[in-house]
Design a protein around this ligand. Structure first.
Ligand code: ZN
Length: 296
């Protein structure tokens, strides 16, 4: 299969080694601990709600038992299994080549639990989009790549015309930030557990500078399940594609994307792809015809 030739295709074993190595580099982060109650966080890495759980300590970094999404419809672990998508979208003649979506610098880049960005990847054209955020500080998570930032400004302006007032919650996240976040979760819950709800460093779409979590301007339900069904979420679903964004983790696609439904996480891919993906109700994985992260 062509996929195997991808330079940055990581096997689960490699991912573990890689994150394990990084863990060792950070002070105080190498110890996995036992905790009875954990915060259930989203793929975005935002803590969203409390959940009771008993997790076990990790003695040896083993391959992730479940490379799937957390949430309501977890599927059994079959990570690493290469299999074809059951219902791939109809291939179109002008579908981007694998080269395009494997290029970290391309707006088409595919980043998920199977495909990582290269070590130390930092976008070179990060800017501050001129839109409201749920916080005032001019910090990293306000940044996006230039083209995505410009598209976001147009998206927010269009929403405002429809009396939908949006705010950014979290956009760019550097590899270092993701490492710190992930290590925090590992320390609290153990690596295997952490991996079921937080992206392994290098695997977060936020590191591309092309993704952003969006909420209403009041910040209520920011990156939380209760955002689903709000007028803001409905508006986003109906209009993001016109500005080159997709709802990256649609409802019912957990086994394909590896994440539960996240109506707030939008990803810039350019207008053509966005319109196809959103109108067909599919995911980027299906559009590019790559294997679902669950391997099913
Ligand atoms: Zn997100």
């Amino acid at each position: 299969m062509k996929l195997r030739n991808l330079r940055f295709l990581n096997t689960d074993a490699k991912k573990v080694t890689r994150s394990g190595w990084r863990l060792l580099r950070l002070p105080g982060a190498a110890t996995a601990v036992l905790l009875a109650t954990v915060m259930l966080v989203t793929g975005c890495g935002n803590e969203s709600k409390l959940a009771s759980s008993s997790s076990s300590a990790i003695t040896d970094p083993a391959p992730a038992p479940n490379d799937d999404a957390q949430g309501e419809t977890p599927s059994s672990g079959s990570s690493g299994t290469v299999a074809a998508i059951k219902n791939p979208s109809k291939p179109s003649k002008d579908k981007p080549s694998q080269q395009a979506w494997a290029d970290p610098k391309s707006e088409m880049v595919l980043v998920n639990k199977k495909f990582a960005l290269p070590d130390g990847y930092v976008p070179t054209d990060l800017v501050y989009p001129n839109v409201p955020f749920t916080f005032k500080e001019k910090i990293e998570k306000r940044k996006m790549r230039k083209e995505a930032a410009s598209a976001l400004e147009k998206l927010f302006a269009a929403a405002k015309k429809d009396k939908i007032y949006l705010a950014g919650v979290s956009a760019y996240r550097s590899e270092q930030t993701q490492i710190a976040l992930f290590n925090r979760y590992v320390k609290r819950d153990g690596e295997a557990k952490a991996k079921t709800y937080s992206a392994v460093p290098g695997h977060s779409e936020h590191q591309t500078g092309l993704a952003i979590d969006v909420s209403g301007s009041n910040g209520r339900c920011a990156a939380e399940d209760c955002f689903g069904g709000t007028p803001e979420a409905k508006w986003l679903a109906a209009h993001v594609a016109d500005y080159g964004f997709v709802i990256r983790y649609p409802k019912g696609k957990d086994s394909v994307t590896g994440y539960k439904y996240e109506p707030w996480h939008i990803r810039y891919v350019g207008e053509d792809i966005a319109k196809t993906v959103m109108s067909q109700g599919i995911t980027l994985e299906e559009y590019y015809e790559v294997i679902p992260v669950s391997g099913k």
